[in-house]
Write a protein that binds this ligand. Structure first.
Ligand code: UDX
Length: 437
């Protein structure tokens, strides 16, 4: 096996988790990031993303001397045995993944990569990218390997150290095995394959999850129509191991930094290749339509005499795309907020994860520091992120501040009996209050 440290290029939640976790497994790791402020903060173990366990792991790595941070990417990869590329691949024109960052780094490091080194694509990239990166590097003595990440935000450290599976795709089997070896102490099933299969596995995984969610949200609408309870239906369904219980919780649509970007990217590569995948398009369209229906539902409950929401004040509880993160990227809550704003609503929002970060959302809504402020004078209240603390709010007090009575619980997390005792009217997704008691 070739000696040398591990270099990680990019310190987003994937890169930083990869670097810190590999250091915790005893590897010497150098992480590079182009942002000098971020590097300076990371050298002090200051982590600016909400990721449980990550600051501690970074601190441990720094203290042990196994983890280093630098701004100079070529310097970080010099002498490395394995180089992980953990770079952003945002949604570009027409839904395709934008590979500019991956390509720029490949060009930047090609001349300094040591002979025999493995360059590992961890970013989610279209099928064929390993070949493209190999061509850009243009070094027969350097091997490009695909090793997609399956890390959930908010659980990234746990998911890295307890993977369901490790997928490694390499044209050169020895290089593939060398990368797989890094994960050997974690004892996860290994899928050692070719690069195209590894790249496609990642897209297939995120598409499948999105499909389950679109299915659950549609099923919730069917439940409402027939007086059935979505929780009971999905529990009954989920006990079948062929279906599985996870990812069947209806909500305000699926979002986040991965599912929307990856489903659109898969659709884009299928279209380019002339491959029909109607289910993929339907999965994406169902999400858009589901959100439109939720917005209609809110409007039906509190539109003014002119049929619009002009001047109607609404309270939004939760803006992050899911609980446990402050990430607003492709958040369903923001998609719903934008649609309500377009109909004229005045929005007041509270999210516990945003009290410190305070992103500038002033063109869309007023961000408040506490739920009471958000609900005061509102015609209705919408729960958009499943923060557990929303269930424990003093709903009797909030009822006194709210103007209207309706609480749209788009995460089905509140206790309808408590809300009703407070004189409020609870409306969930795919269930009625009577069925939850
Ligand atoms: C996802 C994948 O889970 C992870 O494996 C991948 O590598 C990165 O993308 P993440 O973006 O962190 O992870 O979010 P995830 O926890 O998967 O949730 C995605 C969206 O689905 C969120 O909007 C969430 O609220 C929604 N969701 C999830 C539901 O509406 N119901 C559910 O039952 C589960």
């Amino acid at each position: 096996m070739r000696e040398g440290h591990i270099a990680v290029v990019g310190t987003g939640y994937v890169g930083l988790t990869t670097g810190a976790a590999l250091a915790s497994l005893g590897h010497r790791v150098v992480c590079a990031d182009a942002d000098p402020h971020k590097v300076a903060r990371l050298r002090r173990a200051e982590v600016d993303i909400l990721e449980p366990g990550l600051p501690g792991l970074v601190r441990e790595g720094l203290d042990s001397g196994l983890l280093e941070f630098g701004q100079d990417t070529p310097a970080a990869v010099t002498g490395a045995g394995v180089v992980f590329l953990c770079l952003p691949t945002p949604m570009g024109a027409g839904g395709a993944a934008d590979l500019a960052a991956v390509e720029a780094v490949a060009a930047e490091i090609r001349a300094v990569l040591p002979a025999g080194c493995a360059v590992v694509n961890k970013s989610t990239v279209p099928v064929g990218t390993s070949e493209r990166v190999a061509a850009l590097i243009g070094r027969p003595d350097v091997h490009v390997v695909s090793n997609p990440e399956f890390l959930r935000e908010g659980h990234a450290v746990h998911d890295f150290l307890h993977p369901d599976r490790v997928v490694v795709g390499a044209a050169d089997r020895e290089a593939g095995r060398r990368v797989a070896e890094l994960y050997a102490p974690l004892g996860a099933p290994l899928v050692l394959t070719d690069p195209a299969s590894a790249e496609l596995t990642k897209y297939a995984a995120n598409f499948f999850l999105a499909m389950k969610l679109s299915f659950a949200n549609n099923l919730a609408a069917v439940c409402e129509r027939f007086g059935a309870d979505i929780g009971d239906v999905t529990t009954g369904l989920g006990h079948d191991p062929r279906v599985g219980a996870a990812f069947l919780q209806p909500g305000p649509g699926w979002g986040g930094s991965c599912l929307p970007k990856d489903t659109h990217a898969l659709l884009s590569i299928c279209e380019q290749a002339g491959v029909e995948f109607p289910l993929l398009r339907a999965t994406i369209e169902t999400n858009v339509e589901h959100q439109r229906q939720l917005v209609d539902r809110v409007a039906a409950g509190c539109a003014g005499p002119d049929g619009t929401l002009r001047g109607v004040r609404l309270a939004l509880l939760g803006l992050a795309f899911k609980a446990g993160t402050s990430d607003l990227r492709d958040s369903p809550a923001l998609a719903i907020a934008r649609a309500l704003r377009a109909r004229g609503a005045e929005l007041y929002a509270y999210d516990p994860a945003l009290c410190e970060t305070r992103p500038d959302l002033s063109d869309l809504l007023t961000l408040t520091d506490d739920p009471a402020e958000a609900v005061t004078g509102a015609a209705a209240c919408l729960v958009l992120t499943e923060w557990p603390e929303f269930r424990e709010l003093d709903w009797t007090r909030l009822a006194g501040l709210l103007d209207g009575r309706l609480v749209h619980d788009f995460r089905n997390i509140l206790d309808p009996a408590r809300l009703e005792a407070a004189g409020l009217s609870w409306q969930g997704i795919g269930r009625t209050a009577a069925l939850t008691t």
